[in-house]
Design a protein around this ligand. Structure first.
Ligand code: ATP
Ligand code: MG
Length: 580
């Protein structure tokens, strides 16, 4: 294709709302154009990369026996009421009404729709297992849409739902998806890790996130430096320090004016933060929750919402008046004498001795507070956020922290949705059982951004061949010179005949502009036709290399074909392990 005919427009300036490289480069190359926060149009170069990645996803899903369908994005509220998520999904759900006043939402995920399909059409064990998927636009009214397509309010997802007769079959389906995802992200040339994840509002019993390692990633990952343990820090279990054995001392109130933080109190009293009890006051769904945790630890809200079983969006901090209502005192809140609230203690708290805690009166803390003697909790559970240097819960090694972009997630759902929505099958003896389910998402548009985060330099993108919008560009230095255009077209046609996706830069622009655009867009191969066209000599250069090599136009074609084919083979699908 001729670049002079192609609709694309590169930008020299960095758009000022773009904070991360992939967003900057997707805007500058003209892959995407912003319409409103978190909502984009996909332009030809961007759409080509997206379509290529979708194709990889299709091939790998099909190889596992999954079948593609396409469902509506317009979901009737009734289905979401059945599953209980019309309320639970909260303000992220894009809700709308038709002219009759019926409620709908734009699908952020499709468990309800797929479960509905299956309960209508599956009655017998003979019809199982089934894995259906779609590649489709999703809608989530994200609180903070940012980083371009990485966190959009409208984005493309591949979502798959599998249906099995029992737990064993369900585990097998999960393993198949785990394998498919490993292949998908390998083919996109990502440096990624599958890590244990929290199930979140989707529910179910087990889950893995596939995370592309990147500084800008919003997922925090804890991994062990000794064993294979790796999990999001939301999920990673923390090991308690051994219970302390000190004798319990008598409680004493201390005047601690202006000491509102753990640091203030510890400094004022000359104690380490490990001797202070930190209080965090929350409310959710009209109830109050006061959490206690050792002063040097940080509370992990995901562990808290799982322990108290409320949706994430419902959790808020209490205000001063509410703290007064439960007998606390903002900044001086302690566990003794609280009322009308649920006390949630971190699992380490019962083993602590002679702690400093707020005295529930302004200006005072109490020394020598002990669990069991002075207070107890309604819930005792691990509330700690994992940190670098903590002990590995599996082997005792040391936890390290890194960051990643969540490009995919797989879930074992068990029978949560099938029971709520009555999706049952009959076994050999005509007995009814709920269908076992799983669901599995790949962020198509987010993955493209993740690929750019991992494959770029200061000039632009360096596309892996598998998802490059085009494999090669033929840059004609001076299009007014007939011999240059002639050699350029000859190379273009020869590459096309070999199945290489090639562009010819025949724009009437300065050579510098064309080189900069080629580097910015990141075509894996560039062949430059310039002054030596008359001698049939051209320059062959790989985007990832600094140096260009002079060679005949035929050799340049040959080198391009070889490079592209070997790269595709390196990243290729290996058919071993396919399900028939
Ligand atoms: P996150 O924790 O980043 O909000 P999630 O866990 O809510 O994501 P899932 O429900 O697991 O997302 O969705 C499946 C995949 O869809 C994710 O792994 C991610 O790649 C992608 N995805 C989710 N939300 C967005 C978004 N707002 N913009 C782009 N892609 C998204
Ligand atoms: Mg997820």
């Amino acid at each position: 294709m001729r670049m002079s005919k192609m609709h694309f427009h590169t930008l020299r300036e960095v758009p000022n709302d773009a904070q991360v490289t992939s967003h900057v480069l997707m805007m500058r190359t003209g892959m995407i154009r912003k319409v409103s926060p978190g909502v984009f149009n996909y332009m030809p170069l961007g759409w080509r990369s997206i379509r290529k990645f979708e194709q990889i996803v299709r091939e790998e899903m099909d190889a596992k026996g999954a079948q593609e369908i396409n469902c509506t994005a317009l979901h009737p509220a009734a289905l979401w009421e059945e599953s209980g998520r019309w309320y639970k999904y909260g303000p992220e759900l894009m809700r709308l009404q038709d002219r009759m006043g019926n409620d709908y939402c734009l699908g952020p995920t499709h468990e309800e729709i797929f479960t509905d399909i299956i309960r209508e059409e599956v009655t017998s064990y003979r019809q199982l297992p089934i894995n259906l998927y779609q590649i489709q636009t999703k809608y989530r009214d994200e609180r903070r849409p940012r980083f371009g397509v990485m966190r959009g309010r409208e984005f493309i997802m591949k979502d798959a739902y599998n249906f099995d007769k029992d737990e064993e079959a369900n585990n097998h389906s999960y393993d198949l998806m785990f394998d498919a995802y490993s292949r998908i992200f390998t083919r996109a040339d990502l440096d990624f890790r599958p890590i244990e994840a929290d199930n979140g509002p989707i529910g179910g019993s087990a889950s893995h996130e596939f995370s592309a390692l990147a500084e800008v990633g919003e997922s925090e990952i804890g991994y062990c430096d000794t064993c294979d343990k790796a999990a999001t820090t939301e999920r990673l279990e923390c090991v308690d320090d051994p219970a302390e054995t000190e004798e319990m001392k008598e409680p004493v109130d201390e005047y601690t004016p202006d000491c509102k933080t753990i640091e203030d109190v510890a400094n004022f009293l000359g104690l380490p933060a490990t001797k202070a009890l930190k209080a965090l006051m929350y409310k959710a769904e009209g109830k109050y929750y006061v959490c206690f945790i050792r002063g040097d630890r940080e509370l992990n809200e995901i562990k808290l919402i799982n322990a108290i079983n409320v949706p994430e969006f419902a959790l808020e901090f209490m205000d001063e008046a509410e703290i007064d209502e439960i007998g606390g005192s903002g900044g001086f809140c302690g566990p003794v004498g609280l009322k009308n609230c649920t006390i949630v203690a971190d699992s380490e708290v019962p083993g602590l001795r002679n702690m400093v805690a707020g005295a529930n009166k302004v200006g005072y803390h109490t020394l020598n507070i002990n669990y069991g003697r002075d207070f107890t909790a309604d819930i005792v559970v691990d509330l700690k956020k994992s940190k670098a240097g903590y002990k590995c819960p599996k082997c005792g090694g040391t936890i390290q922290i890194t960051r990643g972009i969540e490009v995919g997630q797989i879930f074992k759902l068990g029978t949560t949705y099938s029971e709520a929505m009555h999706a049952y099958y009959r076994d050999e003896n005509m007995e009814e059982h709920p269908i076992w389910m799983g669901c599995h998402g790949v962020g198509i548009t987010r993955t493209i951004a993740a690929v750019i985060e991992q494959h770029h330099d200061d000039k632009g993108i360096i596309w892996p061949v598998s998802v490059a919008p085009y494999h090669a560009v033929v840059t004609v230095v001076n299009t007014r010179k007939e011999e240059q255009m002639e050699v350029g077209m000859k190379i273009h046609d020869a590459l096309k005949a070999e199945g290489i996706e090639v562009l010819i830069d025949d724009r009437d622009e300065r050579a510098g502009v064309k080189f900069n655009d080629a580097d910015l867009i990141g075509f894996p191969v560039r062949i430059t036709v310039g002054k030596k066209a008359g001698e049939n000599i051209v320059e062959y250069k790989l985007r990832k290399d600094e140096e260009a090599t002079e060679m005949s136009s035929e050799d340049a074609v040959k080198a391009t074909v070889e490079f592209i084919r070997s790269e595709l083979a390196r990243l290729a699908h290996d058919p071993v392990g396919d399900e028939v």
